[in-house]
Design a binder for this molecule. Structure first.
Ligand code: SAH
Ligand code: SF4
Ligand code: F3S
Length: 581
């Protein structure tokens, strides 16, 4: 009997399709009794490769696993479930994944209840899933970027059949809301504003692995951001492969500037966004960035190449001159702005002169920092079909030269900070030395300084005293206890919210209408899970009944007010707890 159930496999021609309109789907998390008993107390680890889109997916996957009773761990040896969340953007990102999966062979053999799931962008490539199950038959589930919200159903299917389930969708992509999530970081959060990409740069796999560009409705973005503000988050980063395109698909005049301004007004201390394509960077956006002090003056503006000819072959839709003109506009409107970028070296047939164009562009722009890559052909993209006449040695030499100029301008930007007093968001103990704290300036420069761990999550003023190129060293200007005492006082001022929260809780418990609604929901839920293994129509009906009761409950004014205060009270308690440490 076959060991694998192929529910669906990726098809890159379908992934290119941009005709079907995205649907807005509100998902509801359901846990079957089988999965609940498997998940109870089971420890899990998610290993994420690639960009912030994958990091955010990890948080959502964590949210789902927690709904099934599982608990996140950092200790690999105790994990009873592992998810490997892959990236396909360059070949070396893929190579790491194979090694990683191979590491679990022994574990899967020793523990029959161990589950290994593989997901992410690499799974959206044709042929990868088939290759994986041949080499690693112990994989439990393989899924893609379009169905992360199906993780629990797929895992349940695997438990029921004891077979490898392969379910990878290739289509334009929908927008799924109501996703559970467990955020990795408690001080800074990523919020998706668009999914996918329609730019189809000729070297890039992302439009195929992530589907069409689609914007989340502004009201759901604002609701998510408001919850983060209430929960005491210090920083939000709005995410999209190209945030500049936000709202264009609504065709009602909504733009990224609208979204950025609305989020800034919610009062988050630090607001960032990533990534901006240079092609559709509007003046309106620049005005909003300049106007709001809580929008960080730091723009990631991938250039990819300094040669107009190469940019044309890359399908980037701007020339060297247009890019430099945009940089000038940005620097004029936002003095002191930190600019960062991505650059690809060795695009097929890149000539020595074309590479020099990249060098001179970097010299002119003087980036605060840059991610540099050697071009890696991605199967299925137009550039992968181009015959390349540049040898690897030349590419590496060019790459090294590029690194040098980037290092020079990075160092220059860091040196400028020395002697200045700058606000720094403290992210936690430094990776290399637990005695030292790390944080980031408004321009995203890494700062290390001596200070107590309880400052994590605070924005503190530091005097920059040393430059180490990729990071700087700072010193606290006041007693850290004073800083903490101030935030404790702020938290205690919100005491009224705590009293109101408790009183609402009591009212909800005693309200006749809500008592009977709770009973009805419980029995509807039982009916629904019982019908899960039967025919689809029975299950759909039972689910509808359950959802409508749940909606009635959630919309009751007492429950609504209670919910609104929930995050705020949680934040107050956390702040108090931290301050009392
Ligand atoms: N949407 C973002 C990020 C895309 S992926 C953007 O457009 O900027 C991040 C970076 O990976 C890209 O900016 C590009 O520099 C690099 N990259 C993408 N495809 C690549 C390839 N085939 N080879 C080498 N680098 C690549
Ligand atoms: Fe890839 Fe270009 Fe889209 Fe960025 S804008 S994700 S580089 S296709
Ligand atoms: Fe990689 Fe997918 Fe991001 S290919 S860079 S994880 S969108």
């Amino acid at each position: 009997m076959a060991k694998t159930i192929f529910d669906s496999l990726p098809d890159m021609s379908k992934a290119r399709d941009r005709v079907k309109k995205p649907e807005l789907i509100f998902d509801d998390v359901l846990v079957s009794p089988r999965l609940a008993s498997y998940g109870k107390g089971r420890k899990f680890i998610i290993k994420t490769f690639g960009c912030q889109a994958n990091v955010r997916d990890e948080e959502i996957l964590s949210g789902y696993l927690e709904k099934a009773g599982m608990v996140r761990t950092d200790n690999e040896n105790e994990a009873g479930m592992v998810i490997i969340n892959t990236c396909a953007v360059r070949e070396n990102a893929e190579d790491k994944v194979y090694g990683e999966i191979g590491n679990y062979k022994k574990r899967a053999k020793e523990d029959p209840s161990f589950s290994l799931a593989i997901c992410g962008c690499m799974m959206q490539e044709e042929g990868v899933a088939e290759k994986l199950i041949k080499s690693y038959p112990y994989i439990s589930v393989i899924f893609g970027t379009h169905n992360i919200h199906k993780i629990l159903e797929l895992l349940d299917w695997h438990l029921k059949t004891n077979k490898t389930i392969v379910s990878i969708l290739s289509f334009a992509g929908d927008i799924i809301e109501n996703l559970p999530s467990d955020r990795v970081d408690k001080h800074q959060a990523f919020v998706n504003i668009t999914y996918g990409c329609d730019k189809f740069c000729t070297y890039c796999i992302v439009p195929y692995t992530r589907g069409r560009e689609r914007s989340r409705p502004l009201d759901v973005i604002l609701k998510e951001c408001k919850e983060l503000v209430d929960a005491g988050y210090a920083q939000i980063t709005l995410l999209g492969q190209n945030v500049n395109s936000y709202g264009k698909d609504f065709k009602d005049g909504t733009s990224f500037a609208t979204c950025l301004e609305a989020v800034a007004k919610l009062g988050i201390p630090r607001l960032r966004f990533m990534t901006s394509h240079p092609w559709d960077f509007s003046d309106e956006m620049l005005d909003v960035i300049a106007r709001y002090p809580n929008i960080m003056k730091c723009i990631h503006l991938p250039v990819q190449s300094g040669s107009s000819e190469v940019l044309k072959l890359m399908g980037r839709r701007y020339s060297r001159e247009q890019y430099l003109d945009l940089v000038k506009r940005i620097k004029t409107k936002i003095p002191g702005v930190a600019l960062t970028t991505d650059i690809i070296v060795g695009f097929p047939n890149e000539t020595a002169e074309q590479f020099e164009d990249t060098m001179t562009l970097c010299e002119e722009v003087r980036y605060d920092s840059a991610f540099t890559f050697i071009y890696s052909p991605r199967k299925g993209t137009p550039a992968a079909k181009m015959v390349d006449n540049v040898d690897d040695k030349t590419k590496h030499e060019r790459f090294d030269r590029l690194l040098k100029i980037i290092e020079e301008t990075t160092n220059e930007a860091s040196a400028k900070l020395v002697g200045q007093i700058v606000p720094v968001l403290v992210s936690g103990p430094s990776k290399k030395n637990p005695e030292i704290l790390s944080g980031y300036t408004e321009g995203s420069k890494l700062v290390n300084f001596k200070g107590p761990a309880y400052l994590e999550g605070e924005i503190v003023d530091l005097k920059i005293v040393e430059n180490h190129c990729h990071y700087v060293v700072g010193e606290l200007l006041e007693d850290p206890l004073l800083i903490k005492a101030r935030s404790l006082k702020k938290a205690l001022n919100k005491e009224k919210a705590v009293a109101e929260f408790l009183s609402l809780e009591k009212q909800i418990e005693e309200d006749e209408e809500l008592i009977s609604l709770r009973k009805e929901i419980q029995s509807a839920q039982k009916k629904m899970t019982a019908s899960m293994n039967g025919d689809d129509s029975g299950y759909i009906k039972a689910k509808e009944a359950y959802l409508s009761l749940k909606k009635r409950y959630e919309e009751h004014p007492l429950v609504k007010n209670h919910e609104a205060l929930h995050d705020e009270v949680e934040a107050i308690l956390l702040e108090v707890k931290e301050a009392l440490k």
